[in-house]
Write a protein that binds this ligand. Sequence first.
Ligand code: AHR
Length: 625
Amino acid sequence: AKITLQPKKSKPISTLLTGVFFEDINYAADGGLYAEMIQNRDFEYKTSDKSDNDKNWNSMHSWALKGEKASITIDSLAPIHPNNLHYAVIETRLPGAALINAGFDGIAIKKGDSYNFSAFLKNFKGKATELEVCLVSDKIGVIAKSKLKISVQNWKQLTTQLISSADAVDAKLEIRLINAGKIAFDMVSLFPQKTFNGHKNGLRPDLAQAIAAIHPRFVRFPGGCVAHGDGIENIYKWKNSIGPLESRKPDRNLWGYHQTMGLGYFEYFQFCEDIGAAPVPVIAAGVPCQNSSTGGGGQQGGIPMAEMEKYIQDIIDLVEYANGPVTSTWGKKRAEAGHPKPFNLKYIGIGNEDQITEVFKERFTLIYHALKKAHPEITIIGSAGPFFEGTDYVEGWKIASDLQVPLIDEHYYQSPGWFINNQDFYDNYDRNKSKIYLGEYAASLPGGNKTNLETALAEALYLTSLERNGDVVSMASYAPLIAKVGHTQWNPDLIYFNNSEVMPTTGYFVQQLYGQNAGDTYIPSQINLSTTEENVSKRIAYSIVRDSKTNDLIIKLVNLLPVTVNTSFNFNEIGVLNVKAAKTVITGNPVDKNTKPIVSEINISAETPLDLPAYSFTVLRLKTK
Ligand code: AHR
């Protein structure tokens, strides 16, 4: 095939095209990106967090007590904060009792690293009592130890540092009571000293780094379904996720576990800033998820209309929290959290994949008008609703067009074949209507092994079509982003992890290659293929963009055929320098998992031949004049 570039037909494309979708699904936040190592640190787990009413899912989950003549009770009298009602009381008549936390599948500790322990404590007897805080590995024994003294009868936060003498993945936290006594514990916390960018209450560096390495232009949070929740009560309320940790209001996670809100809106904004990505919060459109188990779904009802004014004010307050001056009510709270400068919020999504019922429309319209009036500088993203083939978002698009919503969020999870066959999905979208945010998509296979090289290549191929339509597709994010092995509610995901390892899929490298090789101008080109067979030609796709900041030309080519395809480029019109180009290739057997990119260099001349291996994704990056 011969590819002739047509730079005269170039068009500007979105500079926000690829980003990430972060949702607390698959233990992505608690037990995942959020670096807290203690599970159920606030003793707030409740049986009602779980749809199966698991009786072990209670305030004692992940906790155990060791010691003779020692007892543990869960109390709620005079808590640290009304939002954090429960705490544990240990009473022991003999020295040596210990409160133990098993972490999230154990605690992974590195030799020589420091860990910050903190807890709110209350000593009922008032007589000074010593505590020994230890990290204990089943296999090795005690690997870190430190002491604390507690004498006060009122809640007091005490801290100490632990330095580990060994590596372990099976550690537990043991708080030993050296003396007999009665002590209350709450917000028992252990953080690695090393968090991403060194923030207090920060993120796991390896996972955060893996996300940052995609070079996402935006981060969507906190979902997904988590954003609109399982019933009205469970709608994610950003105000419950900010402020001192002990005052945040934990909630049931609709994916069947518990949200501490430790990773809350402040931390999301901070992460976006750290990695140079635009924050894209998604707020419920006044209706919960239509699949709500509580029966309060989109069909049946949303937030009562009488309460909508308050709900809308919360959304308007979010803009003040993110962008307002430190003298404003909510800007002040941001400053108190350590960030006086604004977070530069520009986008807010309203609604997530909701069924577009009358209940939805009424509430969406109210929110849309009010937010637009209060903050015309914010770009509002509407929801296209669930994707049903044949009815392609008819209702969602109708309301978006009626209200002239600037951007609309589409979602689809499909087979590789669907992505190959629908690569023209946006070619004929009306350029005068709302622009697109493809907020969730993934190619997946039926059965256990849902991703492999073939799914990754189907995504790479589809992404060429998103670049080609980068004038109408403004943003796109693969979903879901991360998943803890053994705790997945959704497959496939882009990155799998456990407590000590990060395991990116091949699809991750595709996202990374797009993120790291984005452009702001699309350069059309003509391809002469030796075949007119549609089944064959659909399996070859490419896109050419230019990054005006570096003057680099980036060519992405996908070959989903079982044979090598010989191509050559005619660079005559583009003024390419006779230089070496960076060449990155992902290739292998379509059923392979975990295929990694291989980087090399090639010489570029006016007519450059390039072989695309069978089942491959190739990215060329070269300088132009
Ligand atoms: O990405 C997983 C889920 O898929 C999201 O929470 C939801 O929006 C969609 O149905």
